[in-house]
Design a binder for this molecule. Structure first.
Ligand SMILES: [Cu+2]
Length: 134
């Protein structure tokens, strides 16, 4: 009979711990959802009709660029090394700038909303994304 309260106490603690873990998980899930809502909500308002991506030191800046549907992104290479910006073969909304030498630029128009991940054909570690919003 003396052990019973002890057991009950442990049971209670277990429950508390489980509840705490559950609420942490909920909190994390809630945060992710909110963040996504916030970013997509503010994205269309902040998106421009045209945007620029500068290529320098084997990187795209900014890494993710946002434009309105029907808008254009101009890719300009500031490196001595040639670069491209292109999607995977067969990707939805595929595009490619072709080889860009130093100082060269290419304007790409995006008609359909979506996220277009791209990379450099010569340097696969160079990656970026264009987000096209309504
Ligand atoms: Cu490159």
């Amino acid at each position: 009979m003396i052990r019973l309260p002890g057991r009950a106490e442990w049971g209670g603690m277990g429950k508390t711990l489980a509840a705490a873990t559950a609420s942490v998980a909920l909190l994390a899930a809630g945060c992710g959802g909110d963040e996504e809502k916030t970013s997509s909500g503010s994205s269309s308002a902040g998106a421009a009709d045209s945007a620029k991506v500068e290529i320098a030191e084997f990187d795209y800046a900014p890494k993710t660029i946002r434009v309105k549907a029907g808008g254009a992104v101009t890719f300009t290479n500031g490196d001595k090394a040639p670069h491209t910006a292109e999607t995977e073969n067969g990707a939805k909304g595929a595009f490619e700038t072709g080889d860009l030498g130093k100082g060269a630029s290419k304007k790409v128009t995006f008609e359909k909303p979506g996220r277009y991940s791209y990379h450099c054909a010569f340097h696969r570690f160079m990656t970026g994304a264009v987000e096209v919003v309504e």
